[in-house]
Ligand binder design. Sequence first.
Ligand SMILES: C[S@@+](CC[C@H](N)C(=O)[O-])C[C@H]1O[C@@H](n2cnc3c(N)ncnc32)[C@H](O)[C@@H]1O
Length: 391
Amino acid sequence: MLQIRVKPGIEDRIRGFFPWVYRAEIASYSRKPKKGELVVVRDFGGKFLGYGYINPEVSIAVRILSFDKTKPVTPDLIKERIKQAYEYRKKLYINSNAYRLVHSEGDLLPGLIVDVYGEYAVLELTTYGMSQFKDVIVESLVEILNPKGIYEKLNTTAEKVEGLKVKEGPLYGSVPDEVVIWEHDLKFLINIPEGQKTGFFLDQRNARRFVRSLVEPGDSCLDVFTHTGGFALNMKKMGAGRVVAVDISQLALEVGKENEKLNGLSGIEWVCANAFDFLKELDKKGEKFDVVVIDPPSFAKNRHSVPNALRGYKELCVRGLKLTKPGGYMAIFSCSFHITEQHLLEVLTSASYDVKRQVRVIAKTFQDKDHPWILQMPNTLYLKGIWVEVV
Ligand SMILES: C[S@@+](CC[C@H](N)C(=O)[O-])C[C@H]1O[C@@H](n2cnc3c(N)ncnc32)[C@H](O)[C@@H]1O
């Protein structure tokens, strides 16, 4: 098997269970590496650090799957990890038939995402190395879940960065275009082939439940970046009066309208617009809401885009705070690991000075527990939200 040695000083981080080796950190190769092949990682002196796979063409060249000398990466190890991921999910009380079964590094399976939507599973490979195990992954999912179908979705970042070629479509059985799942007491239509990500933002499940505790019957609520109505439907379900849901994707809003009907709800105002422009308009009109939720897409795909992203978050916070009634609530989320909780708090503080409102933090939420993160790998904590009362 290919062997690599890392530069002096890198070994401590790897021994601390950080599973990435950057290309610039590799001191030597036992021979010319091939894209996707398995590799033994050693320290500069030759001591074992871990087993993983390599893509010499990308910056994160090696992803380690095993830090145990007695457990090399084999199809059986992949199977065992998927089984462990499933056993963990079985113990969770998530109150839904849709969940993330495999969360990449969070399940010690870097490069693999599997989401389950009722009787169907959706697979997303994010690295070339993990794509080498596609057959055994599908075999395991069939064994564990006995699903009606498994669908593979393309991850555009993996295509661009890792050169991973994926033809979207079923890998096993058949998968209908639309699947209805349930979360708490709501139903959601999932459009697997056309939807964003694998079809639904499962990671916000706990936040969608939390918003219920803030909504009083008759409240006016604003769901910014609603996608298919995630927060808006929960607000309406709690008896909110006016609910405005805005997103730039007409397709997502059409699904949102279907979701509203599916749940016997009515009256949500679905608005297709750029959220930044729409919030400005609402503010100009002097509109106010009891509960405002702002859940934007990732603005910071890498660390270079952080300053620009922070300007975007600041603008959203200023607008959101202005649109919140005294005594009302606002939430702001970031789903980029480059934007930390501290960043969000700083942006919020700065926005509160601008709008001259006192703000009380009432809660923080993170990606739900079927998206576990590795303490030693901060990169795996990507979704955080700050909930405030605008005094
Ligand atoms: C993280 S998702 C929101 C998930 C949603 N809150 C839920 O619970 O399902 C972000 C959404 O922002 C939308 N979006 C992206 N850019 C936008 C923009 N400039 N204005 C409005 N919506 C936008 C995307 O279409 C996507 O639906």
